[in-house]
Write a protein that binds this ligand. Structure first.
Ligand code: MRU
Length: 367
């Protein structure tokens, strides 16, 4: 997507310096910084410290990490070591393991001499595929937004609500939940997006930044405001992303998503999840029981980062000194609260039947 007229992806390969470059998201939305990711430790730090974040982007980054590992030492032992080193960086988003597994399965049968080049080609492929998947999610989501727009008086905006950042910054391009929004905006459908701030890391500020750069009207709201807005008929549709969706359609996403789904259900507001197929974990069924939930540093809760009155970036403590913080980073929305899953192959019910109709080969392979 564009930043002030220039097209960016959230990561790209610098072929001159032979290095991956990323937008360091820790400084957004206040500062736009691009950094190289040049060592295996850089890759692990980029993922763990959330310089890159969002399930699809984590997966694509890990693929480039495998490419670096193969360039350094293409042995089986180093391939396994790189897999394990990167896999442990974040536990919830399944795209990380999906990308690492895909790389290992493709590279293992190759002679060592061919692995470095093949790994880099595969990383590029994974990044390009992500862009195309999200573009298609946008087209399918656009059809849903069009239906809502058609039922409204001419010129009245479709009011969407989203949680966290499932935008182009969380993918390679387009975003998942934001792709239907960008498609609708480009199609001239009047829109307004309620953006949840998404404490503790305030990924909503990234969403607001992206939407603003694309000219999509939006309002940044507290995480607690969504239920009230829904009770007053001010939300037509919720669209979120997902970090891992089970084979029966339970959706794990940023902490607080479940509460929005409950409020949507209580108020008859459609609750859709934008779901790229690499985010489906075909090996698990019951999301609440089976998905590991990342517990992050309590300081993300007790402190908050932002722009100070002096204009620089700063961190302030919001709790009394010594107060203990708790920071589960994700929650699971059971499939019964999900109206539909917007995938690259179309929209389906959040159910095993719905997903396996669209992805019969994957469903069968996992049996
Ligand atoms: O902790 P984060 O910022 O990596 O979490 C991101 C989310 O929860 C997103 O909503 C999810 O990954 C979907 S991204 C397209």
């Amino acid at each position: 997507m564009k930043i002030d007229g220039t097209h960016y992806r959230s990561l790209w390969w610098n072929s001159e310096n032979h290095v991956l470059e990323i937008i360091d998201q820790r400084w957004l939305p206040h500062e736009f910084r691009v950094i190289p990711v040049a060592t295996m430790q850089d890759f692990a730090d980029a993922i763990y410290q959330m310089r890159v974040r969002g399930a699809p982007l984590i997966g694509a980054t890990a693929a480039y990490g495998m490419a670096l590992a193969m360039a350094e030492d293409a042995s089986d032992a180093n391939m396994d070591a790189a897999w394990a080193f990167l896999e442990k960086t974040r536990p919830t988003a399944i795209n990380l393991r999906w990308a690492l597994d895909r790389c290992r399965a493709a590279l293992r049968p190759l002679p060592e001499a061919d692995r470095a080049a093949a790994a880099l080609t595969l990383a590029h492929e994974i990044a390009d595929e992500d862009v195309e998947i999200n573009r298609r999610i946008g087209e399918h989501g656009l059809a849903l937004i069009r239906e809502i727009a058609a039922r409204k008086p001419a010129g009245e905006p479709v009011r969407l609500l989203t949680h966290c950042n499932a935008g182009w910054l969380a993918t390679v391009d387009w975003g998942t939940a934001t792709s239907p929004m960008y498609h609708a905006q480009d199609a001239g459908i009047p829109l307004h997006v309620w953006v949840d701030e998404t404490r503790p890391r305030n990924q909503g500020a990234l969403t607001a930044w992206e939407l603003g750069k694309h000219g999509v009207p939006h309002t940044y709201i507290t995480d607690n405001a969504g239920g009230h807005l829904m009770q007053h008929g001010m939300v037509d549709m919720v669209i979120t992303g997902t970090d891992r969706t089970t084979r029966r359609g339970d959706v794990c996403n940023k902490i607080g998503t479940y509460l929005k789904a409950l409020a949507a259900h209580d108020n008859g507001v459609p609750f859709y999840v934008a779901l790229p197929s690499p985010t489906i974990d075909w090996t698990v069924s019951d999301g609440v029981a089976e998905i590991p939930i990342e517990e992050r540093d309590a300081q993300e809760v007790t402190h908050v980062q932002g722009l100070t009155d002096g204009g620089g970036l700063g961190t302030v403590q919001v709790t009394p000194t010594g107060t203990q913080g708790g920071n589960p980073a994700f929650d699971v929305t059971p499939n019964r609260l999900v109206t539909g899953l917007i995938t690259e192959r179309g929209v389906c019910d959040a159910s095993e039947a719905g997903l396996s109709d669209l992805f019969p080969n994957f469903a069968k392979a996992a049996e």
